[in-house]
Design a protein around this ligand. Structure first.
Ligand SMILES: C[S@@+](CC[C@H](N)C(=O)[O-])C[C@H]1O[C@@H](n2cnc3c(N)ncnc32)[C@H](O)[C@@H]1O
Length: 240
């Protein structure tokens, strides 16, 4: 009888063990599934599903062509972006700092230019240019591919010149950029029509991506030359 009771208890314990094992693994797997599924649906939604161009890593002096300012009508571009004395401007994808140097003179001593790039060589190039040309109001910023690393609420105007097609995750990037803007700030984008991986991007796609990031198209021009097809000006949507 004693033997029978002991084996009955052993069987019970074994059954309890098996039961707990199944309950525990079920709990673990449902928890795990949640962890795998849940994170940041916003980021998943904001990822683009189109090709982009490889970031330029060549000779940065190629952007300093003699007639570039006239061809791009850069003075008119700056007027439309309301870049004037004392303003703080970001040059996104600054490359060799061609636009930063021009904007630096326009905003003067009281203004500031953030020359943002992801390429360390570009940052070095811009810093050397800054010394050589005595452009003390330029700050070169080594940004991240998905974040310009600019202070919140600090920028009056932005120009993204010949760079948007290289930005790997433009919606995520534009959302970050939006946080750095002061109220009423303007964002200009100059690029050429293309498929994303051919150093251009279809302007309709760009406008849709900007819309998703919380920007509204304010003005659209096609006066820019030198193989650049369009100049778009955005501002932050009122409810964003
Ligand atoms: C074609 S170059 C244009 C340079 C400059 N805007 C000009 O027109 O003289 C594009 C630059 O954008 C930079 N770039 C690419 N992706 C970037 C990103 N996510 N954030 C900042 N810069 C980026 C590249 O490193 C490169 O220097």
């Amino acid at each position: 009888m004693k033997k029978y009771i002991i084996s009955w208890i052993v069987v019970k314990i074994a059954l309890l063990g098996v039961f707990s094992f199944f309950v525990f693994s079920e709990f673990q797997s449902s928890n795990f599934a949640q962890v795998a599924k849940s994170p940041t649906p916003e980021i998943v939604d904001d990822k683009i599903n189109r090709p982009t161009s490889n970031p330029f890593e060549g000779d940065l002096s190629r952007y300093d062509k003699e007639n570039r300012a006239d061809n791009l009508q850069i003075e008119r571009v700056m007027n439309l972006l309301q870049i004037s004395e004392g303003k703080t401007v970001a040059d996104i994808g600054a490359g060799g700092g061609w636009f930063s140097a021009i904007a630096s003179k326009r905003v003067g001593e009281k203004g500031k230019i953030y020359a943002v790039d992801i390429n360390k060589n570009a940052i070095k190039y811009i810093n050397e240019r800054k010394e050589k040309e005595k452009l003390t109001n330029i700050v070169a910023v080594l940004g991240k591919t998905d974040d310009p690393l600019l202070d919140k609420n600090s920028i009056d105007a932005i120009l993204i010149l010949n760079t948007y097609h290289e930005i790997a995750e433009p919606i995520i990037y534009l959302k970050k950029l939006k946080q750095s803007l002061k109220k009423g700030a303007l964002v200009g984008i100059i690029d050429r029509e293309g498929n994303g991986d051919d150093h251009g991007i279809d302007s309709k796609t760009l406008i849709k991506e900007a819309d998703k990031a919380g920007f509204i198209l304010k003005q659209q021009y096609d006066f820019v030359e030198e193989s650049m097809d369009y100049f778009l000006i955005f501002e932050v949507k009122k409810d964003k």
